[in-house]
Ligand binder design. Structure first.
Ligand SMILES: Nc1ncnc2c1ncn2[C@@H]1O[C@H](COP(=O)(O)OP(=O)(O)OP(=O)(O)O)[C@@H](O)[C@H]1O
Ligand SMILES: [Mg+2]
Length: 339
């Protein structure tokens, strides 16, 4: 494992058993995460963002899903490297890692906050489960974390139940809980889509500031390029279970190379500018997962597709400039990216 990396996702494939047969949720996804960096993962609904996240956390449905190929190497605090695909999803190792060394924030806070317990009890439980501290110390730490996410009057807040607060406050509480054990990787799966635009901006700003303080690496999953632009150092663009482009943020926004990325940029409004900018949705429908087009799976919707784009076989990911990778026949046929 590269010493600069905290996580390496290496060519994973995830299959689901359904009533209609096998479906591939992600197919050959690879990316690295450096300690402390923010990687944005962006793509339309169904492209495999959550399946990728759930594979890392081993939260895939037990009976129907299978990581059928690849490895997910994670460097633990003690220096050990663990292949997450080999970890027993119900064993003691995953319980030591999940919620502690790798934490997750979900789109809807109520999926991870229990309505039956106070917010304080839930954060305190997360702390005492993973850290060797007494009740009083855990409570102090919970209060400190709620203050870090800018919740005023935190001593009182910890005695309240999730439903007593707004979506934005609950999302802050979930961020506090996720960061309370100082994870080396934080996965945020659409953490702001359920919130209105002003609150979204506040939460993103908060996450940016907390990252400086806690130095966690973040995987920020979203379908909104505006959110990614606020947060990410590097961006991976996914389409139909594959990564089709990876680059650092500036390069991707300046020189998007994949026709899908170009389309995505034209279709997503910038944050806070929803009403002013006209949207140009990418034409065509996302194909159904049982009928993935052969060759480049984007070719039926691609404005610059050539006849060879539908030839059978995988299109390779090509490095078009240092650190900028694209999966498109425009480049794999030997045409230079930028001249
Ligand atoms: N429980 C499941 N059973 C069968 N197939 C599934 C299941 N979960 C995911 N899939 C398959 O995996 C694909 C990727 O799903 P995933 O949830 O990762 O999409 P996503 O990118 O997170 O989308 P969204 O933006 O809507 O959250 C789906 O299109 C579907 O084909
Ligand atoms: Mg999802």
């Amino acid at each position: 494992m590269n010493p600069d990396h905290i996580l390496e996702v290496d060519d994973i494939q995830v299959t689901f058993r359904t009533l209609d047969g096998l479906v591939c949720g992600v197919d050959g996804v690879s990316f690295d995460l450096r300690a402390g960096e923010t990687l944005g993962v962006v793509g339309e609904s169904g492209c495999g963002k959550s399946v990728t996240a759930h594979s890392i956390m081993r939260l895939l449905p037990k009976r129907t899903a299978k990581i059928s190929q690849g490895a997910i190497r994670f460097r633990r605090r003690n220096g050990d490297v663990v292949d997450m695909t080999k970890v027993d999803p119900e064993g003691s190792l995953i319980r030591a890692i999940r919620g502690n060394e790798i934490a997750m924030i979900f789109q809807e806070p109520m999926t991870s906050l229990s309505p039956l317990h106070t917010i304080g009890d839930q954060i305190i439980e997360a702390i005492t489960l993973h850290q060797n501290v007494g009740a009083k110390e855990a409570e102090d730490r919970a209060v400190e974390m709620l203050e870090a996410v800018r919740i005023g009057n935190a001593r009182e807040f910890i005695r309240s139940y999730p439903h007593q607060y707004s979506g934005g406050m609950r999302q802050r509480a979930m961020i506090a809980m996720a960061l309370s054990c100082n994870p080396s990787v934080l996965i945020a799966d659409e953490p702001t889509t359920a919130l209105d635009v002003t609150i979204q901006a506040q939460i993103l700003d908060l996450m940016n500031r907390l990252q400086d303080e806690f130095e966690s690496a973040i995987i920020m999953i979203t379908h909104n390029l505006g959110v990614i632009n606020e947060m990410a150092d590097r961006i991976a663009v996914m389409y139909l279970g594959k990564i089709v482009e990876v680059a650092d943020r500036r390069t991707l926004f300046k020189r998007p190379a994949h026709p899908y990325t170009v389309g995505l940029m034209q279709s997503v409004p910038e944050m806070g500018h929803q009403e002013r900018k006209r949207l140009h949705p990418i034409p065509g429908m996302i194909p159904d997962p049982f009928n993935i087009p052969q060759g480049c799976s984007f070719h039926p919707r691609c404005p610059v597709a050539k006849p060879t784009c539908s030839s059978p076989g995988d299109v390779p990911l090509i490095e078009v400039e240092p650190g900028h990778f694209v999966r498109c026949t425009l480049y794999s046929d030997g045409v230079p990216a930028h001249d």
